[in-house]
Design a protein around this ligand. Structure first.
Ligand code: F6R
Length: 238
């Protein structure tokens, strides 16, 4: 049974950031895949603080983006690359060549997908948030443990959650996501979950039989899975 690490909300982000800093100290050339969304925002803020105090460095790390919307112009504030840059990358000394975003502006999206799958073939750590419908990255319900990096049609519930998150009237219907296969092939995976509204889906992901209705449930197959949650998200775990 997966045993989550349960932290008080006030300590959660600093603890996750400190853990990531520790991974980077142990392996300065860490190849890490990072999500966007609301969950990691305080972690990124804490990481920027650590970097300013020289307690963490991304100078030799490689950063790989987890997923990206299709159909938003470069620089759109809702784009995952725009958000990761604003929240973390532009605030740290990270060599641009070590940042791998997803080239959703490419003329040939199949090439962009293949490139991203290749870049993500050798990851030390994948950090994930948890969707309200059990998605990880844009691996929506219907995804399996071997689902590859691909173009995906987004679930209506995910689009609604994103519209609420961004206060947007509309969000794209598709995206490109790192596949479940690449996530499960990484040397370590962290699932970050906060807030009472995630309590039921976290319980589903960790305690009920695994299945494609909740792609996050496949993470339990990973031999080195860290589930780092706050007390509110853990409320229904027993
Ligand atoms: C974001 C991503 C999504 C989110 C998930 C949770 O890059 O891949 O899977 O992690 O939708 O979103 P928040 O954190 O906003 O609740």
């Amino acid at each position: 049974m997966t045993t989550p690490r349960i932290l008080p909300a006030a300590a959660w982000a600093d603890t996750v950031a400190a853990d990531l800093a520790e991974r980077l100290r142990a392996n300065p050339a860490l190849r890490v895949c990072l999500p966007t969304g609301a969950t990691p925002v305080p972690v990124y803020e804490a990481l920027v603080g650590l970097a300013r105090r020289d307690e963490v460095s991304f100078a030799r790390a490689t950063v790989v983006l987890l997923d990206e919307w299709l159909g938003l112009p470069p620089g759109d504030p809702a784009r995952c690359d725009t958000r990761l840059r604003a929240q973390l990358l532009d605030r740290l000394p990270v060599p641009p060549a070590a940042v791998h975003l997803i080239d959703v502006d490419a003329a040939d999206l199949d090439v962009a997908v293949a490139r991203h799958a290749a870049v993500a073939a050798d990851l030390d750590l994948v950090v994930l948030g948890l969707g309200m419908n059990g998605h990880v990255g844009f691996n929506e319900p219907g995804s399996f443990a071997d689902s590859p990096t691909r173009i995906i049609r987004l679930a209506a519930s995910s689009r609604e959650a994103a519209m609420a998150r961004y206060g947007a009237a509309s969000v794209p219907t598709g995206g490109i996501t790192l596949g479940m296969d690449r996530i499960l092939a990484a040397r370590e995976v962290w699932l970050l979950v906060t807030g009472a509204r995630k309590a039921a889906i976290l319980r589903r992901a960790l305690r009920d039989p695994e299945g494609p209705d909740c792609p996050a449930s496949y993470l339990r197959r990973h031999p080195n899975l860290g589930v780092i949650v706050d007390l509110e998200a853990a409320a229904l775990l027993s």
